[in-house]
Design a binder for this molecule. Structure first.
Ligand code: G4P
Length: 528
């Protein structure tokens, strides 16, 4: 590689910030995303993302389910530029029901923004998503939203973050008042006050101060709020964590920002600080060791496959996260799993539902590849070596249904659908062993069943029946002799799609008992 090319690659990598926003529904993710995109000039009119969310419901076909439930099943990627940085926001579905897609998408992010509603604190979905990010050790930034409403005391919120999530926090700014009394925030890093101006909070006044005891604050916010601010910040100085970049980088300390997305308050400060502190794409683990983003040869992996994002195109899109090298349209790469060269000729980038053809892309970017059915989730593509990225965790399903078809004549279509949708990672499939072969589907979120049923009907013309079972745990079994007769009470022995033995258990007791009785076998939470 010429020096010029490697310098270009190094620069492009250093510009990239790829992150996901994790939150519980209604915390304001759509609103915050939209404000961020507005700063980046990616959209021009406030309300576009929301409108897109609505338009998506109107135009998409199988996503009828979204409309029915008022939720977003798909996740897409939004890209914008801000002050020389190339920002990629991975949109994770914000519905209550999880799907594995949500988890997998998080593996493509280099950092996460955790959005918390000031009144509600740390909610269920936030916890689950946080845990996935935390396991990867990526930096997590916190934005506490809806400060214009009465909420919990900021100290209590920080305490809750630490208690529930087990991460230390460092407030980067601090609210001056809250709810109707909110008049602004104090930026602890820059030592400045940022105050709302006007009744409708349309503009913001920024004033530099010596410190939080500066008389300017008193002048601007009044005695009561100035006293409270000084007291709070003194306490933080004494008892709070101090900023430590190394701890932020390794996900042990979360920088906390307060603001109100809908009022556009605190969003710009957040964005600027975030872009400064968030990491550029870093090395990724592979079978051939660590792969640096600056490596000359292109490589990446597929973390998600989506069918029919646009009903006009009855195709599938494979989402690929670039890990190293420069992507150029039309380039040939090795599809490592099948051991073939393929040409990447129709790559797309996403801004919500729009499709643009990508000519060039760099590590940290996400591209959508047209998929005629050759890709599987977790596939690695590489320009030079047979490397396989070890990025995608598999999740143990928690809900299981028995599946059957209503019309036996549709068996062929049924098997095709089952095969393709399993490959897409929509559901996990298990087959019982013995005289009667039952098929079970396992998922992490109920919604996956609904989407599966809908797509089976709409894409494969097959009506299926799902019977919810009592099983709650799946354990992959490693060992020599597995005796099916030992799995009769509150459990069953099945095979996964690779013919590996899996035991399904109805409760923890049954699982523990089986493990105690069969000490020679290993029971794994996910496929070996
Ligand atoms: P989500 O994607 O996380 O599900 O949340 P979304 O942005 O759709 O926001 C959920 C609701 O919270 C919306 O109200 C939104 O306007 C509101 N919201 C977002 N940020 C703030 C904020 O800083 N302060 C206040 N007070 N509200 C905020 P909605 O009534 O459901 O929708 P809309 O009619 O306002 O569009």
């Amino acid at each position: 590689m010429s020096q010029k090319t490697s310098e270009e690659l190094r620069q492009e990598v250093s510009k990239r910030r790829t992150f996901a926003i994790i939150s519980h529904p209604d915390a304001g993710k759509t609103t915050l995303t939209e404000k961020l995109l507005l700063y980046g000039g990616a959209i021009h009119i406030a309300g576009s993302v929301k409108a897109r969310k609505a338009a998506r419901h109107a135009t998409s076909d199988w996503m009828e389910i979204e409309k029915q439930r008022g939720i977003s099943v798909t996740s897409s990627v939004m890209q914008f530029q801000y002050e020389g940085k190339q920002v990629n926001i991975l949109d994770t579905p914000g519905h209550q029901d999880f799907s594995e897609d949500t988890y997998r998408t998080l593996t493509a992010a280099d950092s996460a923004v955790m959005l918390i509603d000031v009144a509600k604190g740390v909610e269920a979905q936030t916890i689950k998503l946080f845990q996935v990010c935390s396991k990867r050790g990526i930096p997590i930034f916190t934005f506490i939203n809806k400060l214009d409403r009465e909420g919990q005391n900021p100290f209590e919120l920080l305490e809750e973050i630490e208690r529930v999530l087990g991460i230390r926090s460092v407030p980067m700014n601090w609210p001056i008042g809250m709810g109707r009394e909110l008049c602004g925030v104090y930026d602890r890093m820059k030592n400045q006050v940022e105050l709302f101006q006007g009744k409708d909070h349309t503009s913001i006044e920024v004033r530099k101060t010596e410190d939080y005891n500066d008389p300017i604050i008193r002048e601007m916010a009044g005695d009561f709020l100035a006293d409270q601010l000084a007291q709070d910040l003194e306490l933080l100085d004494v008892a709070g964590d101090s900023f430590d970049y190394e701890k932020v980088r390794t996900g042990q300390l979360t920088p906390v920002f307060f603001g109100s997305a809908v009022n556009n308050f605190g969003v710009q400060t957040f964005l600027e600080n975030f872009l400064e502190l968030a990491p550029q794409p870093t090395e990724r683990k592979s079978t051939e060791g660590m792969v640096e983003p600056e490596e000359e040869k292109f490589s990446g992996y597929i973390f998600k496959i989506q069918a029919n994002m646009n009903p006009a195109h009855r195709d599938r899109i494979a989402f690929l996260r670039i890990c190293s090298g420069k992507f150029q349209r039309g380039m040939s790469v090795r599809h490592v799993r099948v051991g073939k060269e393929i040409k990447l000729s129709q790559p797309q980038q996403f801004l919500a539902q729009d499709r643009d053809i990508v000519e060039i892309a760099y590590p940290g970017d996400i591209i959508g590849l047209f998929d005629p059915g050759i890709f599987r989730i977790g596939d690695s593509l590489s320009e030079s070596r047979d490397i396989v990225f070890d990025e995608l965790p598999t999740f143990s399903p928690e809900i299981f249904s028995k599946v059957s078809i209503k019309n036996a004549l549709k068996q062929k279509q049924y098997l095709k659908g089952l095969d393709q949708l399993t490959e897409e990672g929509m559901v996990q499939v298990f087959r019982s062993v013995g005289a009667f072969e039952d098929t079970y589907l396992g998922v992490v979120g109920q919604l996956q069943f609904e989407v599966f049923e809908y797509r089976m009907k709409n894409e494969y013309g097959v009506d299926i029946q799902l019977f919810r079972t009592q099983f709650q745990f799946a354990r992959w079994i490693v060992g020599d002799k597995v005796d099916p007769s030992k799995f009769r009470i509150n459990s069953i022995l099945v095979k996964d799609k690779n013919n590996v033995d899996v035991a399904l258990f109805e409760n923890e007791y049954a699982m523990r008992t089986a493990m105690d009785r069969m000490p020679d076998l290993q029971f794994l939470e996910v496929a070996p």
